[in-house]
Design a protein around this ligand. Structure first.
Ligand SMILES: Nc1ncnc2c1ncn2[C@@H]1O[C@H](COP(=O)(O)OP(=O)(O)OP(=O)(O)O)[C@@H](O)[C@H]1O
Ligand SMILES: [Mg+2]
Length: 288
């Protein structure tokens, strides 16, 4: 992208900020992980549903561009997805669906070109999309794919906070640490939360947190924020088969109680001041 194009993009974005007419940009949480299959999408969908039932305006953006599935978990059939919008084939309002509990979902796209390779037009569409989300939500939750790919990192680094999800398995712990390390190297003063999913009990969750936090402190000089744990619960798989968030299906099951606790924790931090809006950071990144 040329310098001219980059400044045009920034101009577009600042216009959007003014048009939105709000001093307080949406808070953006990126839910991510090193290893795949640790429960990011389930956490993201259930957290979105829970926060929505608490009266927050929540948008869940499925940014897994390889194997998007938040729409499947939320039992939403989308007429359009992120790829259609970015390509200019559909309007954003055609891609936003109402999810269970009242959150809004921007379904992801399987097979969208690598973000780094998007055309100039596609980049501009992406900024337009972000601008709209920023103006109409209290909280944007991004469900990313797993691993240290540029796509995942772009969203994680543009977000206000990362929630790195791990399980107690040694392989997941190692990969979570690699993700924490990458974030801390690429972004000074990053706020990184660690969530231990599928813990046998809270003590196990706590042990995993302490272990990763101790290594992070020693070698990266970074203190992780403890997002707590989500207990391993057969209700999760059951709810996936029913295509209904477990927090709505069975609000009192162990996994639901953990998500509720996490939702309150996130809500308590909601008033923390933020320097820049998400779209602004995203635009800076998009503009290279
Ligand atoms: N707390 C839990 N208790 C029991 N099973 C769980 C729990 N959380 C997730 N699972 C199961 O783990 C599997 C993977 O979950 P999910 O798809 O949310 O992971 P993911 O991290 O989003 O995967 P990917 O990296 O492929 O995007 C699902 O089959 C789900 O049922
Ligand atoms: Mg997923």
């Amino acid at each position: 992208m040329s310098l001219d194009q980059a400044s045009e993009l920034r101009r577009l974005v600042s216009q959007g900020d003014r048009a939105a007419g709000k001093g307080k940009p949406a808070r953006v949480l990126a839910i991510t992980s090193g290893k795949g299959g640790v429960g990011k999408s389930n956490v993201a969908v259930n957290l979105a549903a829970r926060l929505a039932t608490m009266g927050r305006r929540v948008v869940l953006m499925d940014a897994d561009l390889g194997m998007a599935n938040a729409d499947v978990l939320a039992n939403v059939t989308a007429k359009a997805n992120l790829a259609h919008v970015v390509a200019g084939r559909r309007r954003l309002d055609e891609a936003i669906c109402e999810g269970p509990g009242g959150f809004r979902l921007v379904p992801g796209a399987s097979g969208l070109a690598q973000m780094a390779n998007l055309s100039e037009f596609e980049r501009a569409r992406m900024v337009e999309l972000m601008r709209h989300l920023d103006a109409s939500a209290d909280l944007i939750i991004i469900d990313t794919g797993a691993g240290l790919s540029p796509n995942v990192l772009s969203f994680v680094l543009a977000a206000d906070e990362a929630v790195v999800v791990t399980t107690p398995e040694p392989t997941a712990i190692t990969d979570a640490y690699a993700m924490v390390k990458t974030i801390s190297r690429r972004k000074e003063c990053a706020t990184v939360n660690l969530l231990v999913n599928m813990a046998r009990d809270r003590a196990e969750g706590r042990r995993v947190f302490e272990r990763i936090n101790a290594v992070g402190r020693r070698f990266l000089g970074l203190s992780l924020r403890d997002a707590g744990c989500v207990l391993a619960d057969p209700k999760v798989a059951h709810a996936v088969r029913q295509r209904k968030p477990f927090v709505l299906d069975d609000p009192d099951c162990p996994a639901s109680l953990c998500i509720t606790q996490l939702a309150h924790k996130i809500d308590r931090h909601a008033s923390a001041p933020r320097a820049k809006g998400f779209i602004r950071r995203m635009a800076n990144w998009l503009a290279g």
